[in-house]
Ligand binder design. Sequence first.
Ligand code: ADP
Ligand code: MG
Ligand code: ZN
Length: 602
Amino acid sequence: MGVDSMSIETAQQALQKYYGYAEFRSGQKRIISSLLEGRETLGIMPTGGGKSICYQIPALLFEGITLVVSPLISLMKDQVDALNTIGIPAAYINSTLSAGEFQERMRAAREGRLKLLYVAPERLESESFRTRMQSLHISFVAVDEAHCVSQWGHDFRTSYLAVAPFVDSLPQRPLVAAFTATATPEVTQDIVKLLALRDAELFVTGFGRDNLAMSVLRGANKRDFVFDYAQRNTSKPGIIYAATRKEVDELFTAMRRKGLNVGKYHAGMTDEERARNQEDFIYDDIRVMIATNAFGMGIDKSNVRYVIHYNMPKNMEAYVQEAGRAGRDGEPSECILLFNPQDILTQKFLIEQNEGLSPERKKNEYRKLQTMVDYCYTPKCLQGAILDYFGDMQESEPCGKCSSCTDERELVDITTEAQQIFSCIHRMRERFGVTMIASVLKGSRSQKVLQYRFDGLPTYGLMRKSTEKEISDLINVLIAEGYLQLTEGQYPVVKIQAPAVEVLRGERQVFQKVQKQPEAFAAVDETVFEQLRVIRRDLAAKAKVPPYIIFNDATLREMSELKPATEQAMLRIKGIGEVKFRQYGKPFLEFFQHLNEEREFG
Ligand code: ADP
Ligand code: MG
Ligand code: ZN
């Protein structure tokens, strides 16, 4: 079959016939068309995007044999096994073969019995291998994981530099194509240059994931959020990524204690422990995996329904890769990033700690970190922000389901509250953290507040109508918006920034678009729930029992939704029997009666 007679339709038939897929993904179609037209091509597509098919199908349609350069022995074996099971003749050559096996595969290649031959890049450096290759009809060389050629990539491999000289050594230049998931400009440039691609067509594609609802939550109470989310989604497999081993361990213990079906994974565990947890997760015996970024490489669990980032990752590449582990099966899934300004400091610290980084690369890391932070602040469609970052060519409309797109609330003027906060921080001489500031604004009589005589400040108790948590959240939002800044270190102190000074002078207004919570979380009235927890905690302290003995969270949850203000209504709540009601019901009943009065008169 000559190149002219090949069309995307032929390719589509092969897709159906061999792979059993009815349609190409949009990026695949463009990349394969480009290759079938004989153009050298660089395809950038996220992990799991379907790069293999982009070279396997052309390989199948081209005359002669295709050489696939692949970095890992295990990857090669998997791909070759997969190809053979669908009836495409393929083999690999690497250091694990015996001399006999090697000879047999070379013979199969010479006799035209193979369509694809996978080789490790080191092999291309061998003189005798080059000589052997000269007698084959190689029509196509596909370089997989092509970022390995670049020092800017994350897995630089010197032997990838042998690809271009190898291609030159062939009697006739084959078509050359490269594939990677890494799309930074440095890496892209390096691939084109170091692989010596000729007039390469560049396709960046497939970074949009229609089935994923992305959200960023700023200033949320992370712990409460993940407990709650996991509790409301117990049937769904999910991954929670945290920044450090310590955080993973703590979250794991706390969630276990809540009776949640969780596992954990980080580099500090033994190989066995990790393997067991991973297996349990893959087989759905563990529903939620709490992990550092060590988890996920090469795991193709398709039914992950949510990925929560407990901390902001170091850059967009990492985020998209990790979040992208949700919804591989195309079913609706959620990716939630819990952002806290503290995460920026953590990441900066990690960059500073990394002694292997040259000053130039350090600068590069800081730049990437900033784009990650921008993602956390952007009011634009989050899917669009991802596509923009990766330079994806797909045209995109706002996704309609990310936290930016669904944020329909009107802007609320919170200038007064902001002024109260800024002025309080100023009067406390910018020497305290978020919690202490909130205590003072709340009018707390805690020992520390009294010890510093903050009860004498004119800003003391200015926000007594809000809960301390609400005040802290608002301070966090103001930090996220750049009005305030947290200092580095173990006990970060809140400092006033220039925009806040303008607000204090009355030259600037502050608006807040209260962030909408992701759907599964939206039904909950957090403030009521929080208040119920306080009541429960007091009762528990008096009775000297753990809070969940009084009423469990599910019961509080139902209460917070139904707001029962009579005995009958209270008894209808799951987990409240007559005995418990008699023992503990009264304070809750009074709370709701009071709440209703406030509503009527307030
Ligand atoms: P990558 O190399 O880009 O990480 P793979 O080539 O390994 O991704 O493909 C990831 C998964 O997507 C594989 O299970 C593959 O069979 C599947 N896949 C690829 N193309 C299609 C398609 N057009 N339709 C359905 N599934 C596809
Ligand atoms: Mg691949
Ligand atoms: Zn959107």
